[in-house]
Design a protein around this ligand. Structure first.
Ligand SMILES: [Zn+2]
Length: 249
């Protein structure tokens, strides 16, 4: 395992992951219990800042969404290798009001405190909220975090690096050169690989899969001028440093 690729952030039960509560947790646990997967898949559990309910529109998370899920963190604490996907998404059409932002913040902070209590790292989403996400985690005393699909400014990313956080990039980085500067500036020792399957693949509307991790590996290697083997090895070591329970499986 140590020398393979580690996909630090993917949603292998995507449809179910849009729901909150028992069904979600059951699905998560059922997948990791399947014999074939047991040594390959390490579960994280968390309430995303954006939820889908009723129609297909995404809406900002509400504190009651977390209340319903809270017991499951404790019930499955032994199996979980991290808390996530949690975070902040202040994209204007996702969180149009200050109340939406406040609710997201309350849900995020509560889950950071659960992570501290259970001594687990966090797997974090931030969109249009990179700076405030990092600041919040620092204020809350979080020392182990993955900033997934980070697309903030390099200077903000380096604040995260200073706090000891890791940053992961999906195959979608290969779509254009927008994040080359970011990838160049972040030391390889702070980079992880992810796919965010089924989203964030090379092509927008094609289902992404964990095997595409090789694409972000090659891309990062190209941008940094090192070999893909180096990126694979160092990012796997980084992943196991951040999620040590995933390495004891
Ligand atoms: Zn995700």
């Amino acid at each position: 395992m140590e020398e393979g690729f580690v996909d630090c952030h993917c949603h292998i039960s995507a449809r179910e992951f849009e729901e909150v509560g028992t069904k979600l947790t059951k699905q998560c646990v059922a997948i990791v219990n399947r014999a074939f997967w047991v040594h390959l898949v390490a579960p994280c559990f968390g309430i995303h800042p954006l939820q889908v309910g009723g129609g297909s529109e995404q809406h900002s998370v509400k504190p009651q969404d977390l209340d319903a899920a809270l017991p499951h963190f404790y019930k499955h604490r032994e199996r979980l290798v991290g808390i996530g996907e949690i975070g902040l998404d202040f994209t204007p059409w996702c969180a149009p009001t200050q109340q939406d932002k406040d609710d997201q913040m309350a849900v995020f902070i509560k889950q950071l405190s659960v992570a501290k209590e259970l001594e687990l790292p966090v797997n974090v989403h931030s969109r249009s909220a990179a700076k405030v996400t990092i600041e919040t985690m620092r204020e809350q005393g979080i020392s182990r975090a993955l900033l997934h699909n980070f697309a903030g400014k390099p200077s903000v990313a380096l604040e995260g690096v200073k706090a000891g956080y890791l940053i992961s990039f999906p195959p979608a980085v290969c779509r254009n050169q927008q994040r080359d500067k970011l990838i160049k500036q972040i030391p390889l020792e702070h980079i992880c690989l992810e796919t965010d399957s089924p989203a964030l693949g090379l092509e927008k509307h094609v289902r992404n899969e964990p095997c595409n991790i090789v694409l972000s590996c090659r891309y990062i290697a190209d941008v940094k001028g090192v070999s893909p083997e180096t990126v694979r090895l160092v990012t796997a070591q980084n992943a196991y440093r951040l999620f040590p329970k995933a390495n004891r499986r």
